[in-house]
Structures are given as structure tokens and as C-alpha cells.
Design a protein around this ligand. Sequence first.
Ligand code: NAD
Length: 373
Amino acid sequence: MKIAVLRESAAGERRVSATPETVKKFIGLGADVAVEAGAGLSASIADEQYAVAGATIADRSSVLKDAGIVLGVQGPDITSLGGAAKGAMIVAGLNPFGERALIDAYAAAGLEALAMEFMPRITRAQSMDILSSQSNLSGYKAVLDAASEYGRAFPMMMTAAGTVSAARVFIMGVGVAGLQAIATARRLGAQVSATDVRAATKEQIESLGAKAIFVEKVAGIEGEGTGGYATEMSAEYKAAQAELVSAHIAKQDIVITTALIPGRPAPRLISDAQIASMKPGSVIVDLAVEQGGNVEGAVAGEIVERHGVKILGHRNVPSRLAADTSALFSRNLFNFLSAFWDKDAGGPVLDEEIGNAIRLTKDGKVVNERLLG
Ligand code: NAD
């Protein structure tokens, strides 16, 4: 089995889908690994390091020639995939709802596209979950980005010249990214509060030493929802949430929003009027900006200022920590492929639970329920 590791071509993508560590492990399974020249450079990995690990380094067309598995961080452009083996697996974050035309093109080319972001949230797949591994570091980076744009300090400091007061940080959406943001802001010495629609997060927030801010008297999501994900909330809930947030947000220095609903635009959590109620110099980071944004006025790829408040809308936040996120992403791919590696078949043979969840295309057709239904 030949595995191709491509150099990412999407604008601003700095990550890579294999590291020397995972290359070595794939070779240990009996695979051949070919890495496109320069694939790891923006994640601080030189071609030489891949070669030492046992990979062949070559240009794109040689790397792809007869490859049975093509690895990527994002879905590779269809026109650049010539030469891969018939029915080759494309294993990457494929953004299935956002890149539907590309998925159709993979189907037409007879490729088996596997979308790693559709990995089911079950215990045995935790080590294969790219959303978790990347969100974790995004949550961390969001706090650092906020801190560097904020013209004040995070911790309380008592100095001979007087006291600097602690920053108040509010995290909206306490999934993987939000939990890491809480922990990071706490480590920097901020006073942290957080909110979510899922009642289960209340205890998690408190166990990290932050204050839980929750809508009372209107039902949120009591259990974990499907696979731990949130759904769209009722109009009544949204109104209660807006009122609660309005009272709280005016007292905050930093707000980090991470709220997502799978397959839908991100919920709007902060209005322009609420931004206007914040102190000048405050900073908002919208981690959901590429999914439509939690914050009114946030612009993907830009830092905008509204009412004296900076709104950070960095694109592809995981890419801003490319060395670490690449290492985790690469291990997710290896953990997935190795769990299903069949020595006799000389490659992965997927089971139904995971295979059906992540397989988008096969034998010329789009086959995934979430795309068909
Ligand atoms: P996500 O990225 O889909 O959403 C981020 C957070 O935003 C979630 O906590 C969600 O409840 C919240 N949110 C959505 N709408 C909101 C609104 N209107 N107002 C406020 N908050 C809102 O979530 P995620 O980080 O992927 O994690 C979701 C859950 O899945 C977590 O409980 C996590 O622990 C769990 N999880 C399980 C596994 C596994 O078992 N393999 C892996 C990863 C995550």
C-alpha cells in the first residue's frame, strides 16, 4: 500500500497531515510513504526529516502515482489528483457541507473520500477525532490572541506604583475549545466566567475554577444531545440568553465565542448593541467566524473595531500553531488507519460504525446519509 502525503494548497493552510513520527509508524505497518517536497515546511518539518523516517520525497505527480491512500489536512483539489490508484482513499478534513462540489468531484473520479470531521464521538474513536485535537489548541490560541490585542494585563498585579486589576474573561460555548480557553485564561490569571446551552457543562466550568452563567427557567439541553453536540435553541431560549448576556457582557474585558451547531450556521450570540455596551479597549474573539460567526460584525480573516472594541476573526486558528496541531492531526490519521489495518488486505478495512459515518463517496457515488438526507 502506498500512502501519499500532499503539500497543502489552500490559502493560509500551514499544517501537514503526516509527521516523521507517523511516517515511521505507517512504514512499520508495511506501507510505503511518499511525501510531496516541502509538505512540512510551514509546520517546521524539513523534507530531510521525512526522508530519515523512511519516506520518499518527490513532486506531486510522483507522490500520487499508484497511491492507495492520500492524506491531507484539507481536501485536495480534484484536478491535482491524477495518477492515484483506482478507488484510492482520500483521508482528510473535507468540510463536506461547505465543499459539496469537491465531494461530488471525488465521487465522479471513483475515489473513496473519508471525512475525518464526521468521526463519531464514541470512546474508541477519541484518538481519531480531528475536531477535538484541533479545537483544543484553537481554544488556547484564542486566549493568547486576545491577550496580545488587549492593551492591559490579564493577572492582578500589586506593584509599588499601584495595583493592576485582573481581566474579566467570558467564554461562550464550552465544548473542547471553550474548556481549553477557560483553562488558559485562568492560567494567565484572569477572572473567568462561561456559558453554554448544555447543562452538562456547568459542572465542567466550575471544576476549572470559573463562574457558570446559565439561563434559568427556560429549558436548555439537559442531556448531551446527539454525540454531545448542541442543536438550534427555541426562540424563547434565545431571548432569555440574549437578556442574560446583555447584563453580563457589559462588565467583561475579553469575550471568546466558540459556539457551533453541526451542519448549520453558527448561532448569533452577540449583537452590535451588546458590543456597544462594552468598555473601549475590550476584545472579542470569534472562533466561529468561518461558520457564519457568533458575533455581529465579525469578519473572517480580519480584526475589526466596533464601538472601541476589537473583534478578532482569524481564519484557520489551528494553522496558527501548525507544528503542534500537525502533530496531533497526523496522529489522529494514523490512529484511525492503523486501528483498521488488515495485514492480509495490506491496508485499512473499515467497520460499519466508523466507515459508514465518515465515508462520503465510493464507487462513483455520494454515499453518506448526512449528505444525501
Ligand atoms: P462544538 O464545537 O460543536 O460547539 C462548541 C460549544 O458551543 C458546545 O459546547 C455547544 O454546546 C455550544 N453551543 C452551541 N450553541 C450554543 C449557544 N446558542 N449558546 C451557547 N453555547 C452554544 O462542540 P465540541 O467542542 O465539539 O464538543 C461538544 C461535546 O462533545 C463536548 O461535550 C465534548 O466533550 C464532546 N466530545 C466527545 C468526544 C468523544 O466522545 N469522542 C469527542 C469530542 C467531544
